[in-house]
Design a protein around this ligand. Sequence first.
Ligand SMILES: [Zn+2]
Length: 307
Amino acid sequence: MTSSYNAGFDIGGTQIKYGLVDPEGRLAVKGKVRSPETMAGMLAVIGETWASLKKKAPGPIRACGFGIAGFYGTRERKILQSPNFPSLNGYPILPALRRTIDVPVRIGNDANMAAYGEFRHGAGRGVRSLVLLTVGTGIGGGLILNGKLWQGEGGFAGELGHITVNPDGEPCGCGRRGCLETEASAPRLVRRYRALSGRTEVTDSREVYLRAKAGDPDALASFRELARWLGIGIGIIVTALDPEKILIGGGVVSAGRLLLDPVVEEARRWSHPIPFAGCRVEKAALGNDAGLVGAAAWAGLRAGRRG
Ligand SMILES: [Zn+2]
């Protein structure tokens, strides 16, 4: 018997990633395309991609899931606010996608989908509760509680990048200041390194990582500072939720132990010791595929229930 597949799309600010995922979480097909700027362009690209996925699929496609950056209201069934796609704000995207895609469609926040992907097929397999933090240009989060994705009553849970960790910190895009995202994201790491070292030619976090690896004290100090703020954020999460795992994903994770060791140390310092004793802080496993794998699995879950 041929296996069935679920399709997943991860709609990001610069790229749309997509793929077909089998029931074990393996990607049978995967690809990416540049994100168009307009809504019409976006729907056209999704339509073309869907048609080509159907052609390439080695078996039937049961459902299709979308992870989209921004606040997706589960009650309103609309994107209420998208930092990357202002044209998505208020747009009734679900009916538009349902006109294009002839299998059950489900939409979620991209970081929530990534958390679900790690839970079903990644570093969170076999646990009942986890929190994913994706640390890159911004910080996203997703919560799995009691074996289920927790989206909150309105769909807005897990915006962990906007937990206030420093009331005196830098202004954030959300209109407040000192959010976890303004203190611990990749751009902040670079800015901190530039401020400490005076090396204004350094423009990306990978370069700071390479310098830290080579022993540059300013680069190491920049990572420790990032780890401190991340540890404060994790402390709030662990103390509030008592999860089994905290998974760290996103671009900054490529720094490996250089980041993870100080993050674990700081998380221990800022968490209540009793819930922290039962919690593991680990690297996420699915990398850039987490969002599309999770969106596919999540859409498949609903389709399976119906079916
Ligand atoms: Zn914020």
